[in-house]
Ligand binder design. Structure first.
Ligand code: G4P
Length: 551
């Protein structure tokens, strides 16, 4: 019998492994992880809140904001967030929906996003592109979309605020095609918008689902919500012209594409599209149901040696994608966020840091819920946990048990804002220490002038917020008051050929040469025009220019 084998000690390890294998199979299959890409104000906070409601992670709309507000009262690190009314700390929110564990990697949602926003996308398996129905695609969505595309993430489009006057659905489809070369497959289709928004037609089930306004808005409460497209009752519920329009639209959609190509969705080549009103919680669950079905499960991860790590591999591996300091002012600690790539994470386990060879015990793992923390006992591929092991980790580190693997480095992003950071001469020592610390954490990139008399570091960032965080933390943690002197550049290009190439090119009138922390030449430009001029005049001598620091 089976139990007879179980007491046979020789077989035990195999059997344990087999059991672990089955467990991993189960857990990986029931996981989905995603990040929301959107422009500020499109409704990310509102959508997040409604998603968490469905998952039962919160019980009342407004709780996410309320928790934020409560945290503000107690945390001085959050003081900066409070002053700016923004969320700097991007964390992972976890909730269950119909047996699936969903991890929402929260990206900072402000105009002044930072490199962390990008890095979070490096840990995500899916992207949800949230679009304001009235505005269509906006600048920040564009930038984030590029990163999602670079990573070939499946992209789900949610057109929000349908209860307000919105663009025609076909116009938004066209924008996606034109700007992103991304064909859309509308999973549901809106019936009217603004005051005349009455619901959506859900293509997988061929049902019309009506939007119910709150009492006082003219619609009977308690009425049936779902109708077949040809149900005669619809004539009484939807105004004639809107119903005619719907029938016309449905036919046109049919012509554009009858069935969704799931493989193309997983490759990021076609986007399932949804229409919703997050504020009134309409269309959110319809989206969630379909997302759970279509979204990519945690997948194989390529390593630097060219092999791939499978998520159900019994060996634990993880990728550090973000470091965050001082989230809890009482402890003055640093949290490293790791994305589990394979195996089972257990509290107290020993892992090797591939870069240093150091073995670290992961003693205090945490999962973040908004700004609160709870201890994690176990985690699987696709999960994100916060580790509090100060100093042991750097961004891009691979953690592993068993044989050492290295995941490829997380790409850095081309800085667009530059400023000298200065301090009083007497504070120099602490200043240097602070710059080094923040640099090591990846809070900001640093460049230096080639002029030996200008030794103040040049901060190079993708968002203004990074400057503020650096200044705040220099003062708060290192006791140094700093000043910023903005520089009038917005484009950086690393000269791949190094200083010989820069010398060959001779004097450049429209660019300034500086060096990165490794002494490599970087050219700064005021605008695209200067860049193309320099390329036109000296491009051949300069050779290859890269928007990113090469590893
Ligand atoms: P963000 O995180 O992407 O920046 O957006 P957020 O959810 O904070 O939403 C921005 C504004 O848009 C909020 O209004 C919010 O209520 C509103 N909003 C979100 N979804 C919808 C929707 O489906 N329909 C409509 N009509 N509005 C929506 P606010 O006035 O700035 O804040 P609040 O006072 O409502 O919180």
């Amino acid at each position: 019998s089976l139990s007879g084998h179980e007491v046979h000690t020789d077989v035990q390890p195999d059997r344990d492994n087999e059991k672990l294998g089955e467990l991993l199979q189960r857990e990986v299959l029931r996981r989905r992880n995603f990040a929301i890409i959107s422009h500020p104000d499109a409704g990310k906070t509102t959508l997040t809140e409604k998603l968490l409601l469905f998952g039962g992670a919160i019980h009342e709309a407004g709780e996410v904001k309320a928790r934020r507000a409560a945290k503000h009262a107690t945390s001085d690190w959050m003081e900066l967030e409070k002053q700016r009314g923004i969320s700097i700390t991007s964390t992972a929110l976890t909730f269950e929906y119909s047996g699936v564990q969903i991890n929402l990697l929260d990206t900072p949602g402000h105009q002044d996003f930072s490199e962390d926003t990008y890095r979070t996308l490096a840990a995500a398996d899916n992207a949800v592109m949230l679009v304001d129905g009235a505005k269509g695609i906006e600048p920040q969505t564009r930038k984030l979309f590029e990163v999602a595309r670079m990573r070939k993430l499946p992209i789900f489009t949610v057109v929000n605020k349908m209860d307000r006057p919105a663009l025609n659905g076909f116009e938004i489809i066209e924008q996606l095609e034109k700007e992103f070369n991304l064909p859309a497959y509308p999973v549901n289709w809106p019936i009217g918008s603004g005051d005349r928004f009455c619901g959506v037609y859900h293509r997988p089930t061929n049902k019309v689902i009506l939007y119910e306004r709150k009492a006082g808005n003219g619609r009977k409460a308690g009425s049936k919500r779902e109708y077949n497209l040809d149900d005669s009752e619809l004539k009484e519920l939807i105004e004639e012209d809107l119903l005619a329009q719907l029938h016309e639209d449905v036919e046109l959609l049919q012509v554009l594409g009858d069935e969704i190509d799931f493989d193309a969705v997983l490759r990021g080549e076609i986007t399932p599209m949804f229409f919703a009103s997050a504020m009134s919680n309409f269309g959110v669950e319809l989206f969630l149901q379909q997302f759970v079905e279509y979204a990519a499960r945690p997948g194989d991860a390529p390593t630097r040696s060219g092999s791939a790590v499978v998520p159900t591999n019994t060996q634990f591996t993880g990728l550090i994608f973000k470091l965050q300091a001082n989230m809890d002012p009482k402890h003055r600690d640093k949290v490293a966020f790791v994305r589990v790539v394979s195996g089972k994470f257990e509290k107290g386990m020993k892992v090797k840091v591939a870069r240093t060879g150091r073995v670290v015990t992961l003693a205090a793992p945490q999962r973040m819920f908004a700004n609160e923390r709870s201890t994690v006992l176990e985690a699987y591929a696709g999960d994100v946990i916060g580790l509090t092991n100060p100093g042991a980790f750097a961004i891009g580190d691979t953690l592993c048990t068993g044989s050492v693997v290295h995941f490829p480095p997380i790409p850095t992003f081309s800085p667009e804002l530059f400023a000298y950071l200065r301090c009083a001469p007497s504070a120099r020592k602490a200043f240097n220490k602070g710059v080094e610390g923040l640099l090591g954490e990846g809070a900001v990139q640093v460049l230096y002038s080639t002029d030996e008399y200008k030794q103040d570091p040049i901060l190079a960032a993708v968002g203004q917020l990074q400057f503020e965080v650096v200044q705040y933390r220099m003062k708060d943690e290192y006791g140094v008051e700093t000043t910023l002197e903005p520089m009038p550049f917005c484009i950086a290009r690393w000269v791949v050929g190094g200083w010989p190439a820069v010398e060959r090119a001779g004097r450049l009138f429209n660019a300034v040469a500086v060096k990165d922390v490794y002494g490599r030449p970087v050219l700064l430009f005021k605008n695209e025009f200067s860049l193309s001029q320099v390329i036109g005049e000296a491009g051949e001598k300069l050779g290859v220019l890269s928007p990113y620091a090469l590893p």
